[in-house]
Design a protein around this ligand. Structure first.
Ligand code: GDP
Length: 333
């Protein structure tokens, strides 16, 4: 059947009723790059905003092959069985560069995909990290409004996307593999510093003993690092996403975190800081959007670009010329 056009009221009602089809379509609206979708998408986010904030937001990262999707499937199914509604989102800016997604292949999480209490959404595949970030954050809010009380945000441990995901979640978890000594040096210290928990996955079979050694090694390293969250001691844990051993223990760490940081007030502090960061990002995004849409600016830009290419105008001067056009066009100066 042809897709019926939905009004904002339809979207709003559908989301608040937890209608997955409408939620999906609303996310598609948010992810759209068509200029005409921008304002309605923003209005929709604004409308559902009072119904957001109720979920625990957990970021999960790790190199390809560490077991992220297996882990998320195991954790997600466990949580659904316990009565939670779980949304799984992915942030994968690489897809916009490579054209293929590291995260988003369809065969992953086959059980969780069939779980009616779970909602899985692959990474938006367009544009810059900034664009992907905005879309993911807004998607997260829509999922909360639709009643998902656990949001798992997955990202690959390459590039900048960990910082991005850290900036939208309450709790950030880094999955690692066994391997002591030299291997540990290979893990970027910067990522460990963002973590509220280090989880050594694949702690099963012959690997189990090694995993315990690795865990102890990470505990050592963590001892010397400043914790990612004020008042929280980042610990290292082991689990097996395949046998599910340790999965519940890891979740209990998240719950302890929520309880403790809720009491100290840091939970709220972090969220309001994140909201401020987001606002700043949005100002940049908005300007970017406006500039990209403006014909006079792009015409002038192409013209000036040639002057810079030919060496007639230095870049700084060229920038000033373009900014003057922007001020005239956007701010009527
Ligand atoms: P991702 O790239 O981080 O999403 O990793 P996957 O979840 O796709 O897992 C990569 C491979 O590791 C797959 O073959 C999994 O079956 C395997 N794997 C994942 N978790 C475990 C685990 O806990 N134990 C063992 N033995 N294998 C695992």
């Amino acid at each position: 059947p042809a897709r019926q056009k939905l009004t904002l009221d339809d979207y709003e009602r559908g989301i608040l009723e937890g209608n997955r089809m409408i939620l999906s379509r609303a996310i598609t609206l948010i992810e759209s790059n068509a200029p005409k979708h921008f304002d309605p998408a923003q209005e929709l986010v604004q409308r559902v905003l009072p119904h957001t904030g109720g979920a625990i937001r957990v970021g999960i990262t790790g190199v390809p092959g560490v077991g992220k999707s297996t882990f998320i499937e195991a954790l997600g199914c466990t949580l659904c069985e316990a009565g939670h509604k779980v949304a799984v989102l992915a942030v994968d800016p690489s897809s916009s560069v490579s054209g293929g997604s590291i995260l988003g292949d369809k065969t992953r999480m086959e059980y969780l995909t069939r779980e009616p209490r779970a909602f899985i959404r692959p990474s938006p595949s367009s544009g810059t990290l900034g664009g992907v970030t905005r879309k993911s954050r807004e998607t997260l809010l829509l999922c909360e409004a639709a009643g998902y009380d656990v949001i798992l945000v997955e990202t690959v441990g390459v590039g900048q996307s960990e910082t991005t995901v850290r900036s939208m979640v309450d709790f950030f978890m880094v999955l690692v593999l066994t391997g002591a000594g030299d291997d540990l040096q290979g893990i970027k210290k910067g990522i460990i510093e963002l973590a509220d928990a280090i989880v050594v996955n694949k702690a099963d079979g012959d690997n189990r003993r090694k995993a315990l050694v690795t865990r102890a090694d990470y505990e050592q390293i963590l001892h010397y690092l400043r914790p990612a969250t004020e008042g929280w001691t980042t610990g290292a844990y082991t689990c097996s996403a395949i046998t599910k051993e340790g999965i519940e223990d890891v979740w209990n760490v998240v719950l302890r975190f929520k309880e403790k940081m809720g009491r100290s007030g840091y939970f709220r502090t972090r969220r309001s800081r994140q909201a401020m960061e987001w606002m700043d990002t949005m100002v940049k995004e908005y300007l970017h959007h406006r500039v990209a849409q403006d014909q006079a600016i792009s015409a002038k830009r192409s013209e000036i670009q040639r002057l810079v290419e030919s060496g007639e105008t230095p870049p700084t001067m060229a920038a000033k010329m373009i900014i003057e056009v922007m001020e005239r066009e956007l701010f009527c100066r």
